[in-house]
Design a protein around this ligand. Structure first.
Ligand code: ADP
Length: 238
């Protein structure tokens, strides 16, 4: 379980201000909020990429920013918006990187269990036929599925995703969200920044919104209307 204790973080001005929050395990949690409200900052604090200026971000009682990176990478996988990729890598090479936190040497052979995991995830994400392809030849959707697959191959209890379904067509958005929902139902904690309110409400177990430096539960139409500055009877909130 994640526990945020009086967490503050600022750039030129405060982004998160004295946020206390618990995020339960085994749920798909959507993070919502207008552009610039602090969603990515929150995700980076959860991943340990940023350290809280004040307060602490704890995962099962451990301060994530103080956990050794290699150990952290066995607990938390992150799909960033702009994942730094080598366009010359093949999909297979990219996916193999997901096992790096478990390797003692870079050239260590894959175990049978790792091979089986890779197979399952490539089938689930419909990537099998793309394994030999270079990343630079993939469409946006194929690349996005590859980046998500790499995080899944990391095989962590926590998965953090920054806008995982942007640039995907509606069919693929639904497939990915259904997949994430299923991961949560089978024990993973999945926290994703999402923009489509309707999809977020349909698939997430609960929603959080970042608003004026605070992180609040956003499970009612009233709150969503206020956060997004929409009329409460807006068709986009239905
Ligand atoms: P969101 O993900 O909700 O769009 P961010 O967490 O990216 O919001 O940003 C929150 C605020 O912090 C914004 O006002 C943004 O301009 C500012 N910010 C984010 N990253 C930086 C940075 N590296 N340097 C300065 N300001 C930043």
């Amino acid at each position: 379980m994640y526990t945020l204790e009086k967490v503050s973080y600022s750039f030129e001005k405060p982004v998160l201000d004295n946020v206390s929050l618990e995020i339960p395990d085994s749920k798909l949690i959507g993070i919502l909020g207008p552009n610039g409200s602090g969603k990515t900052t929150l995700l980076r604090l959860l991943s340990g990429f940023y350290r809280a200026e004040q307060g602490s971000v704890l995962l099962n009682g451990q301060n994530v920013a103080e956990t050794r990176p290699r150990l952290r990478a066995r607990q938390i996988a992150v799909v960033t918006q702009i994942s730094v990729l080598n366009p010359q890598f093949t999909v297979r090479e990219m996916l193999a990187l997901g096992r790096a936190p478990y390797r003692r040497w870079f050239w260590q052979r894959q175990t049978a269990a790792e091979q089986a995991l890779l197979e399952k995830i490539t089938v689930d994400l419909k990537l099998s036929e793309f394994l030999p392809r270079r990343l630079k030849t993939l469409s946006g959707g194929e690349l996005q599925r590859t980046v998500i697959a790499r995080a899944l191959i990391q095989d962590t209890p926590i998965l953090l995703l920054d806008e995982p379904v942007n640039h995907l067509d509606i069919h693929q958005q639904i497939e990915i969200l259904r997949y994430l929902q299923n991961l949560a139902a089978t024990g993973r904690t999945v926290i994703a920044i999402l923009h489509d309110l309707r999809l977020a409400r349909k698939f997430c177990d609960s929603l959080l919104a970042v608003e004026n430096g605070k992180v609040i539960p956003a499970d009612t139409t009233e709150i969503l209307a206020r956060v997004f500055d929409l009329p409460e009877d807006s068709e986009f909130l239905q």
